[in-house]
Design a binder for this molecule. Structure first.
Ligand SMILES: Nc1ncnc2c1ncn2[C@@H]1O[C@H](COP(=O)(O)OP(=O)(O)OP(=O)(O)O)[C@@H](O)[C@H]1O
Ligand SMILES: [Mg+2]
Length: 128
């Protein structure tokens, strides 16, 4: 890990729950030979974290649906013990409750890309 610190205004337990779910999902999708990258930056008063994995990706038609409760795609059910399909619904709820958001975006290349945005901690906002 390297680069400048980015400080978001958020409940640490809730943010770690968001990160845990998104990174667990990415690691499960990528598999043991795959890759997961996380990039954090600041933009326009927000902390932005992007999570990319080298797994099968999420088809465009499913990128909103996976945030509904209990939705799991077929490849997610196939080869692992799996979860309940609640993780992303809860994670998006936490992000939005903090004035941010969590979304599944078009990846640059293969795999899946998720983007978490959270407001910057106020004291830091605007100081660059
Ligand atoms: N990085 C990813 N790549 C491909 N599919 C994904 C990825 N992240 C999530 N998904 C799909 O979205 C579904 C919903 O994810 P979510 O985190 O809500 O549930 P879960 O991981 O299956 O269970 P839980 O998080 O409740 O333990 C997953 O089952 C999977 O099909
Ligand atoms: Mg999950």
């Amino acid at each position: 890990m390297s680069g400048p610190e980015v400080i978001a205004r958020a409940d640490a337990a809730k943010v770690s729950s968001i990160l845990r779910n998104v990174i667990d999902n990415a690691m499960r999708a990528a598999g043991s030979q795959g890759k997961v990258h996380v990039v954090v930056r600041e933009q326009d008063q927000y902390a932005i974290a992007e999570f990319w994995d080298s797994g099968p990706g999420v088809p465009p038609s499913e990128r909103e649906r996976i945030f509904e409760r209990l939705v799991r795609l077929d490849h997610g059910r196939a080869g692992d013990a799996g979860g309940s399909g609640l993780g992303l619904a809860i994670a998006r709820g936490y992000a939005r409750a903090h004035g941010g958001d969590l979304s599944c975006e078009e990846p640059r290349g293969i795999g899946a890309m998720f983007r978490l945005i959270l407001p910057l901690e106020p004291r830091q906002a605007g100081v660059h």
